[in-house]
Design a protein around this ligand. Structure first.
Ligand SMILES: Nc1ncnc2c1ncn2[C@@H]1O[C@H](COP(=O)(O)OP(=O)(O)OP(=O)(O)O)[C@@H](O)[C@H]1O
Ligand SMILES: [Mg+2]
Length: 363
């Protein structure tokens, strides 16, 4: 992994939370931002720190298009039990091979194909064996959701009484309802235990997951988490990243141009640097990136898209009156569109007193 840039404040908070969890004052952090803002990478730095403090790490993730009960929790336990502590856990090929090697019966029931409850109960038996219970109790193969829920609770409770735990639930915007319920439960449990929970989600997708929205609201009422918004890189940080990624081939002028095209989105910066021809450096977004951005834009209304296009034509920054003049829209409609584009993080407000806005994306 390349050099880790910026994020000093965020990382220091996460490290403090790791330390507090060691003293049985666990907590939960919700880390959120747009796609590619560096959520997963930031957490991997916190994980390094926690590993040095002998934390056990469980990483589960929501997967696009997969809405299977307990999927996120199941994936965390599966990785923990099967490729325990073997470095990075997100290399799926390696993971599957490891599972196959360790336990062919589990492969047959990987969540995507089906019976997660059977798989979960068999993992539970495995867990008990690992903890030295030679004859784990029998679990009914027709176990239901409540039984599963209790098994997860029992495992995490048991594990946290033995070792400090860092639970990372990545891409929660794709999480299933049962996993969210468990996450909620665990965040209450964490308060007096050696458990630190980090959840990440992509703001743009939260609206597609009403269960996540509800869970966040309920947990908010109970004050169960700390919010940690993650912004794009600043210009100096972008320059540092470009210099690092290009092995210093990019000069400051190129780096600044990359900043103005990407607005500091790390994913886009990497894509551009990867595809640059250094003999004739031209800052262009690769096709795949364009598709991704088009995907993000596809669910906005005709009106919002029109406003966005006009804004884009004006330049990186634009004012309300410029938009009003060029769009010919009634003031109220334009205001609605601006609000909705801000909500979707496609534009941002720079100075409310001047009605000044800035593009937050490239179209
Ligand atoms: N602080 C950083 N310093 C250097 N590189 C970084 C940093 N943060 C992220 N990156 C790099 O930028 C890319 C995108 O980061 P990452 O995958 O962590 O973003 P994300 O927010 O998790 O994205 P997604 O929404 O796709 O899950 C990765 O290749 C990562 O290594
Ligand atoms: Mg990520």
């Amino acid at each position: 992994m390349g050099k880790f840039i910026g994020r000093e404040k965020e990382l220091s908070i996460l490290k403090q939370k790791v330390d507090s969890a060691l003293g049985k004052k666990g907590s939960t952090v919700f880390l959120f931002g747009n796609a590619g803002t560096g959520k997963t990478r930031l957490v991997s730095e916190a994980i390094k720190y926690a590993k040095d403090k002998n934390f056990k790490i469980l990483v589960g993730e929501g997967i696009k298009g997969v809405d299977v009960d307990f999927e996120v929790m199941f994936s965390a336990l599966k990785k923990y039990l099967i490729i325990k502590d073997r470095g990075e856990s997100d290399e799926k090929g390696k993971l599957l091979r490891a599972i196959k090697h360790a336990s062919p019966d589990i492969v047959a029931v990987v969540p995507i194909v089906g019976d997660i409850i059977a798989a979960g109960t068999s993992l539970f038996v495995r867990y008990k064996e690992e903890q030295g219970e030679l004859k784990p109790r029998e679990i009914d193969s027709n176990a239901d959701k409540d039984t599963m829920f209790n098994l997860f609770k029992e495992m995490i409770n048991d594990l946290s009484s033995k070792v400090p735990l860092l639970l990372f639930f990545d891409n929660l915007h794709f999480a299933d309802e049962e996993s969210l319920k468990i996450m909620h439960y665990l965040s209450r449990l964490a308060i007096e235990k050696r458990i630190f929970i980090i959840c990440s989600y992509d703001l743009e997708h939260v609206k597609e997951n009403p269960q996540l929205r509800d869970t966040i609201q309920r947990m908010n009422r109970e004050k169960l988490f700390l919010e940690m918004p993650l912004q794009n890189l600043t210009e100096p940080e972008t320059i540092e990243l470009v210099s690092e990624l290009s092995k210093e081939k990019a000069g400051e002028k190129t780096a600044k141009e990359i900043y103005s095209k990407t607005n500091g989105n790390m994913f886009l910066i990497e894509e551009i640097v990867k595809n640059i021809n250094w003999k004739n450096p031209k800052i262009e977004l690769p096709e795949t990136t364009k598709e991704i951005i088009e995907g993000r834009l596809k669910d906005i209304s005709e009106n919002d898209r029109k406003v966005l296009e006009i804004a884009n034509a004006i330049g990186k920054q634009f004012t309300f009156s410029q938009l009003l003049e060029k769009s010919n829209l009634p003031e109220e409609k334009l205001m609605d569109s601006i609000d909705s584009l801000i909500d979707k993080k496609l534009i941002k407000e720079i100075d409310a007193s001047k009605d000044l806005y800035e593009m937050n994306c490239i179209i």
